[in-house]
Design a protein around this ligand. Structure first.
Ligand SMILES: [Ca+2]
Ligand SMILES: [Ca+2]
Length: 334
């Protein structure tokens, strides 16, 4: 019986293609590991999970076990057979070539490169400073001690606090004795602990004949503060700052942006308060607060923290925002 060999070869090619399509990846359980960190302020870095037996090879081996049979199921022996990666008409190339044996059988192994056609490349995360936060998310991509920068209330806006220094007496409830804008920039590390805070205070208006100062009490101990820069403390000796820039004698950290609003603006008297009076473009006081160790977000507290005014240069007369308490040193709300 005669067989149309070209038809049989097409059958063999089809069989080979099916074998290629059914080659598969190894399945395996995943493992993860945790390692310590050499970076200050960072407790640990967690490595990426990877399958324990993931196959990194860029080719696959496909076992050939093909038997050529005639329609009457008799073997087709000693005929050359080629295996192509795709049809000859589509430009396929020969992957394997052999003669069938007496039983019409071909056995062997094909090595097939894994195709990258129409496969999206895998993004390789870049973490330049190796702090565990990829560069695209790292606000400080070359500083392993810093990762995130958050603003309160926002990067583009400032909050405002206003105080009345005659409080709680009636007759002067204009709340313009000291008006201060604020914005905090909080720098945290890869595990979201705070390593530094930058503060900006905009001295907006002073409508008082008193020499009023401005301070902020934070919920953490002054011993956790390594440095405070930017305080505008006059020669009036209203407050005393310690070597770390916090006010001395306080159980909680207290910073003093200024102790005399007019002196901070290099003027005297009221400003930005009434038509025809002194007017200044709002000045901004920039302060920087460093910590002896990274603080949790809970330890840091929440803006605007506990701002207050020091009334007329008398340390011991304070006015706070509604709902906030005076400091533990015994200074009272006036
Ligand atoms: Ca990083
Ligand atoms: Ca970083």
């Amino acid at each position: 019986m005669k067989y149309p060999l070209s038809k049989l070869f097409r059958l063999v090619r089809l069989t080979a293609c099916i074998l290629v399509l059914f080659s598969s990846c190894n399945k395996s359980d995943s493992v993860s590991s945790t390692q310590g960190s050499d970076h200050p302020g960072i407790d640990s870095l967690v490595s990426m999970d990877a399958p324990a037996s993931f196959n990194y090879e860029t080719f696959r081996e496909v076992a050939l076990d093909v038997t050529l049979l005639a329609p009457d199921n008799t073997p087709i022996a000693n005929v050359p057979v080629s295996f192509l990666n795709k049809s000859k008409e589509m430009g396929g190339t020969v992957l394997y070539k052999s003669l069938t044996d007496e039983n019409g059988k071909i056995s062997g192994t094909l090595k097939i490169a894994i195709s990258r056609v129409e496969v999206n490349p895998i993004d390789v995360p870049v973490d330049t400073d190796h702090d565990g936060v990829n560069d695209v998310y790292d606000d400080f991509p070359t500083d392993p001690t810093r990762a995130y920068l958050n603003y309160y209330p926002s990067a583009a806006t400032m909050g405002t606090v206003a105080f009345e220094d005659y409080w709680p007496f009636s007759g002067d409830y204009d709340m313009n004795d000291l008006v201060v804008d604020y914005r905090y920039a909080v720098v945290s590390n890869a595990i979201n602990k705070v390593v530094e805070m930058k503060a900006k205070y905009g001295l907006k208006a002073a409508g008082a004949s008193y020499k009023n100062g401005f301070g902020i009490e934070f919920p953490f101990a002054p011993s956790l503060v390594s440095s405070v820069t930017g305080s505008l403390v006059s020669s009036n000796h209203v407050v005393t700052l310690g070597s770390n820039g916090c006010e001395t004698g306080q159980s909680k950290a207290v910073i003093i942006p200024f102790d005399d609003a007019a002196a901070a603006m290099n003027t005297t008297g009221l400003f930005n308060t009434y038509t025809g009076g002194q007017y200044f473009t709002r000045d901004t006081i920039s302060m920087n607060i460093g910590f002896t160790r990274a603080l949790t977000q809970t330890e840091l507290g929440t803006a605007p923290f506990n701002p207050f005014i020091i009334i007329n240069g008398v340390r011991g007369r304070e006015a706070h925002l509604a709902g906030y308490t005076y400091q533990q040193s015994g200074y009272k709300i006036f």
